[in-house]
Design a protein around this ligand. Structure first.
Ligand SMILES: Cc1cc2nc3c(=O)[nH]c(=O)nc-3n(C[C@H](O)[C@H](O)[C@H](O)COP(=O)(O)OP(=O)(O)OC[C@H]3O[C@@H](n4cnc5c(N)ncnc54)[C@H](O)[C@@H]3O)c2cc1C
Length: 524
């Protein structure tokens, strides 16, 4: 049993938890972040990739729209390396509500979201694949944002202020002393050790799992409804700007260019369990049909991966319990002193990735008030590590670096131009990583081959460099392929079937992967 002591324990290492731990550390408290998996492995790693301009909410939720517009500017500055300033369009396609565009413009004006009507010719020049039947178009300041880069950026900034970041630590209990939180108990899933952390305050940033975490402290009935949404990555940037349908928010109405792919999404269905999210065939079909409305020929493009995430939506008694699209997307802070008579525990849920910093600010302002401390938030004033140059991300950056001075470096993942050197650096920095941990940082296996060519290379290299033994190298490769497969089988059609048949032949035919001995210890 390991024991530690700190002022504030933050539970949950998604964007919100990383934002909270950064804010806490920057205000001068000692703090520890506990995440049961790797950072940004929950909803933050399973979302659409859109840095909202606010446009999506100008009619349905003007407060959220304004918050998005303001945070968009701040995040582009402090997380330049994670944000691509693609710009965005809202377009009316044939058959869309004829009255909505005027409501959109009026809503944008009222909520201070920059939006400008442009001619159809200009929109089609900008995005030549767009449906030529569009009849109105508006330019907005949407962008693309890498949730993993953003979360690690905030966490690394927190570390510079003395925070401890503990991935793979699952919280198993929250102990109280009378009406005051005293200790958080966690289990280190990598080495099997139990950890007790004495503290005076706990912030629950558990996203769709916040209700279960609050229950560990005896605070029951925190209703966070998981709103399941699916997304599909197409193997090209079919568009270079974010393309939204100019209609009331609905399924499949946004196409986001993220790194080398474009992502169509999403749906919104109440899920019974945030850990088991389905990708039903009819929703895949719906995404294809919706993509076709924006980009004729979309169905013929190759889908490379599908995934689902769960929105942490706070139940609002005004709407039906199954209608997740109309629940509050705004943030909610639960004060467990007021609600349950327990001092030193606050829960933050809801919101969006785009508003993660503001969520963190609001909850830590509340914590400071309860502690009687006057310590202002500074997270908007300072950029996170790796964003100091102020240069925002561009999709061509790896090619530029390669042509500048890395032509001799061996490429391990051709789809994403990932080099041997960058892979080994990550493995040396975090030797207990699995290949999905590496993927989230480097995009290993996220392109058209989906791990078919690169996974055996990274396993071999880890072995060659003595970073792992044979058993773990094989186990890591198997785990990586299994996780890729979860996102492949729902979209097996067309060219993707041919790729999968080739991968099957490589792994079963040449490496006989189905008959390698099972590792004695489960690989994590
Ligand atoms: C389909 C979909 C599309 C979306 N698209 C967008 C978009 O384009 N733009 C946008 O701005 N927002 C978008 N969002 C919203 C955004 O993704 C979420 O609001 C945000 O990621 C939530 O972050 P979080 O940190 O609150 O939750 P999470 O990222 O889920 O973090 C919670 C963490 O708590 C951890 N945890 C759970 N239990 C424990 C425990 N016992 N011990 C330790 N850790 C624990 C989990 O592992 C998880 O990592 C989308 C959401 C969905 C579902």
């Amino acid at each position: 049993m390991k024991t530690m002591e700190t002022d504030v324990v933050v539970i949950g290492g998604g964007a919100t938890g990383a934002g909270v731990v950064r804010d806490v550390a920057m205000r001068g408290y000692r703090t520890i972040l506990l995440e049961r998996g790797d950072l940004a492995q929950g909803t933050t790693g399973r979302y659409h990739g859109l840095l909202h301009s606010g446009g999506r909410y100008v009619v349905s939720d003007q407060r959220s729209a304004t918050e998005c517009a303001e945070e968009n500017i701040i995040l582009t500055r402090i997380h330049a390396d994670a944000v691509e300033t693609t710009g965005g369009l809202f377009v009316s396609t044939p058959g869309d509500d004829p009255e909505f565009p005027d409501r959109f413009l009026a809503g944008a004006r009222d909520s201070k979201v920059p939006a400008q009507e442009i001619s159809i010719a200009q929109a089609l020049r900008q995005e030549p694949r767009l449906n030529p039947g569009i009849w109105r178009a508006f330019a907005v300041e949407d962008g693309a944002v890498d949730g993993w880069q953003m979360t690690w950026g905030a966490a690394n900034s927190a570390k510079e202020y003395g925070a401890e970041i503990l991935p793979y630590h699952e919280v198993t209990g929250i102990d109280r002393d009378g009406d005051q939180v005293r200790r958080v108990r966690a289990h280190d899933r990598k080495n099997g050790e139990d950890v007790n952390i004495d503290c005076t305050f706990v912030i629950n940033a558990g996203g769709p799992w916040s209700g279960e975490i609050a229950a560990l402290a005896g605070c029951h009935d925190v209703e966070v409804v998981p709103g399941r949404g699916i997304m599909i990555a197409m193997n090209h940037r079919l568009v270079n700007t974010v393309v939204n349908r100019c209609i009331y928010p609905t399924d499949g109405d946004i196409l986001v260019p993220v790194h080398t792919v474009s992502i169509i999404g999403t749906t919104d269905v109440k899920a019974p369990d945030a850990d088991r999210l389905r990708i039903p065939a009819e929703e895949v079909q719906l995404m294809m049909d919706s993509g076709e409305a924006l980009i004729p020929g979309f169905r013929q493009a190759r889908a490379v991966h599908a995934w689902a995430g769960a929105r942490p939506l706070v139940k609002d008694n005004r709407v039906s319990a199954s209608d997740t699209r109309h629940m509050s997307r705004g943030m909610s802070i639960l004060d467990h002193h007021e609600r349950d008579g327990l001092k030193g525990l606050l829960t933050i849920t809801g919101g969006k990735l785009t508003t993660y910093r503001l969520m963190a600010k609001n909850i830590i302002d509340e914590m400071c008030e309860q502690l009687g401390d006057d310590r202002p938030c500074r997270t908007a004033d300072e950029v996170v590590p790796k964003s100091e140059s102020g240069k925002t991300y561009v999709v061509t950056h790896r090619l530029e670096e390669r042509e500048a001075d890395r032509l001799e470096e061996q490429i391990i993942c051709e789809c994403e131009l990932m080099t041997r050197k960058s892979y080994l650096k990550e493995m040396h920095d975090r030797p207990s990583s699995n290949f999905d941990d590496i993927r989230r940082i480097t995009r290993l296996g996220m392109g058209p081959c989906q791990g078919g060519f690169c996974s055996s290379r990274v396993a071999g290299l880890a072995l060659h460099e003595n970073l792992v033994d044979v058993e773990r190298a094989t186990g890591l490769m198997e785990l990586f392929l299994k996780n890729r497969w979860i996102g492949l089988w729902p979209i097996l059609y067309g060219a993707q079937v041919r790729q999968t048949a080739l991968d099957q032949w490589i792994f079963s035919g040449t490496l006989d992967i189905e008959h390698v001995p099972e590792p004695e210890q489960a690989v994590l």
